[in-house]
Design a protein around this ligand. Sequence first.
Ligand code: 13P
Length: 251
Amino acid sequence: MSRTPIIAGNWKMFKTVSEAVTFFNGVKGQAEVEGVESVICAPFTALPALVEAAKGTSIKIGAQNVHFEDNGAFTGEISGVMLKDLDVDYVIIGHSERRAYFAESDEIVNKKVHAAFKHDLAPIVCVGEKLEEREAGQTKEVCKVQTEAAFKGIDAEQAKQVVIAYEPIWAIGTGKSSTAEDANEVIAYIRSLVASLYDGSVADAVRIQYGGSVKPANVREYMGQSDIDGALVGGASLETDSYIQLVQGAK
Ligand code: 13P
């Protein structure tokens, strides 16, 4: 089965609305490569302008978080109803920064995955180990616990639409990327977990990205691996030239 490669930029807490639109106008066309899915995950404030700018292009727009309830007394939160109303396509769920700084547990991540499907948003679910867990040989176990929790109660048809991003936390924003071979080994393992939770056809369909210090200079190495279907990119997704090269390098 051939999976469509997917490059997603995670802008984190960067770019005003005007900066976002300027960026978009600078990448459209060149960051549209046949056979590669290109997604920009922006701060909430920039989403309406980006969705508008993306009309008529193949670039998809994603949020970086969603609350699991549709509405209610949750000051400062944004729901799936609101994101769908904007016509957003994707949402990142369970990024390690949200797990670490905003106390997102595996249970909350799972509730958010359910909320995404309820509102027809495709989830990009992040998993990955901390440095001390890697050094203790616990990488696979950590990914297993996080992956199994995220997929709880998700049916096979939904599961096929999930994008998993394997992001070893020690490689995020540090310039220390996992070797392509190591990342591929963990990603193949995550795929085997999906096969055991569902079946081979679901595991074949699920796209699994690597994330952590991916840049134009190394993206092809990752994309050349058997099980790596794309990249979730932070820092290198913020510059137009670099983002264009990432999408072009995924082919
Ligand atoms: P960097 O690409 O800046 O290492 O960030 C990775 C990441 O966290 C993407 O979600």
